[in-house]
Design a binder for this molecule. Structure first.
Ligand code: FES
Ligand code: FES
Length: 167
C-alpha cells in the first residue's frame, strides 16, 4: 500500500507502485482535471505539484510519491477561492480547447511559488515544457505576467490546497 497526501488529505492506494501517478489520480481517486497527452513526459498536460515542484506525472510511478504531497488543479483553488492564476485565466479567456490548461496553470503556479515576480524570459523558460496545441501561448504568458505584476492582494506563493478557512 502506498500512502501520500493528495490535495491536503492523506490517501492510500493498492495500485502497483509502478503505475503512473496520473492514472492513480484520475482512475483511483477520480480527479480528472489532469490530462493525458503524450504519456512520455513531453507535453505537460499531466503536470501536478509533488512537494511543490511542477512534475509530469505520466512518467512518475506512484511509488515515488510515497510520503509526499501531491497537489492537482482540483486542490489549487475552488470556484469560491480561485488561485490568482485561475482568476487571470478566466479574466483573459486564456483557454481555447482547454485540454492543456490544467497543466499550464500548475506549471505557472509552481513558478510563482518560488519566483512571485518573474520577468517574461523567466516565464518562457518555466513554461517551455508545457505544449498548447491550440497555440494559446500569448495569452498564457500574459496571464502569468499579469499575476506576477498584479497589485491585487494575493499570495502567489500559495502551494497548499485551498480550504474554506483560507477563502
Ligand atoms: S501526458 Fe505527461 S507530459 Fe504529456
Ligand atoms: S487550449 Fe487547446 S491544447 Fe491548449
Amino acid at each position: 500500500m502506498i500512502e501520500f497526501t493528495l490535495n491536503g488529505k492523506t490517501v492510500s492506494t493498492n495500485d502497483s507502485p509502478d503505475t503512473p501517478l496520473l492514472w492513480v489520480v484520475r482512475d483511483t481517486f477520480k480527479l480528472k482535471g489532469s490530462k493525458f497527452g503524450c504519456g512520455a513526459g513531453l507535453c505537460g498536460a499531466c503536470t501536478m505539484h509533488v512537494d511543490g515542484a511542477a512534475t509530469k506525472t505520466c512518467v512518475l510511478p506512484v511509488g515515488a510519491v510515497a510520503g509526499k504531497a501531491v497537489l492537482t488543479i482540483e486542490g489549487l483553488g475552488t470556484p469560491d477561492n480561485l488561485h490568482p492564476l485561475q482568476a487571470a485565466w478566466h479574466e483573459l479567456s486564456v483557454p481555447q480547447c482547454g485540454y492543456c490548461q490544467s497543466g499550464q496553470i500548475m506549471a505557472a503556479a509552481a513558478l510563482l511559488a518560488t519566483n512571485p515576480h518573474p520577468d517574461a524570459q523567466a516565464v518562457e523558460a518555466a513554461m517551455a515544457g508545457n505544449i498548447c496545441r491550440c497555440g494559446c501561448y500569448t495569452r498564457i504568458k500574459r496571464a502569468i505576467l499579469e499575476v506576477a505584476g498584479s497589485n491585487l492582494a494575493y499570495d502567489a506563493t500559495r502551494t497548499q490546497p485551498a480550504t474554506e478557512a483560507s477563502a
